[in-house]
Design a binder for this molecule. Sequence first.
Ligand code: ADP
Ligand code: MG
Length: 230
Amino acid sequence: MSQSVISLKEVTKVYQIEAQKVEALRGVTVDLKVGQMVGVTGRSGSGKSTLLHVVGTLDKPTSGEVLLNGTNISGMPDQMTSNFRNSTVGFIFQMNNLLPEFSALENVMMPGLIAGASAEEMSDRAGELLNRVGLGSRLNHRPGELSGGEQQRVAIGRALLMAPPILLADEPTGNLDKKNSDAVMDLLLELSEQNGVTMLLVTHDLDIAGRMPAQMVMEDGRILDTRGAW
Ligand SMILES: Nc1ncnc2c1ncn2[C@@H]1O[C@H](COP(=O)(O)OP(=O)(O)O)[C@@H](O)[C@H]1O
Ligand SMILES: [Mg+2]
């Protein structure tokens, strides 16, 4: 059997705001093998983003276990967790969070510079990635000088720079029209397949989710249903 890349066992997440408790995850157990790509759907508030945050080590589960590439991240100290995250997980959000003062090339290089890699090497790799996402002629443009679809392609390049085994996307096409959504999905699927990436992609758009080989539906902090190739 192939290796588990993302493995959750009975994961819960409770947010407490003053006297109010919100059970955002109520016992999620799921196991993704290398190269598995799953579209996550479900109503607003069903726990999709919380799930990605917990898988992406941005947030700690209240109980249960999260293993990434076989490593249990629950007890890891914060600094170790952020290094682990930088090398293991690529994120793509609806709001692309590109740094407005930096060029497309510099934005894509950023995770490498943070990790202490050589600027020259990162610049070469970032240039290659921007070529692959069709932005070879936009290296020196700042985010504000790019269209929404182009910005999201820069964000894809940035997410892939460290060649992470895991890609987490939360409504990556949420701000895009149909044509740009399709193009971004084409790219995500193509690059992920080439690199054997394991991916969770949250979307409210059932057509987009349907482009992933497998799907899961969240409801009220739980996995309600799974479909497709598991
Ligand atoms: N940081 C937080 N603090 C308190 N409650 C939160 C926080 N993040 C999410 N929630 C709550 O947890 C539930 C799940 O939210 P979320 O995972 O964002 O859902 P989705 O992404 O499916 O819309 C919601 O009821 C939401 O209000
Ligand atoms: Mg959400």
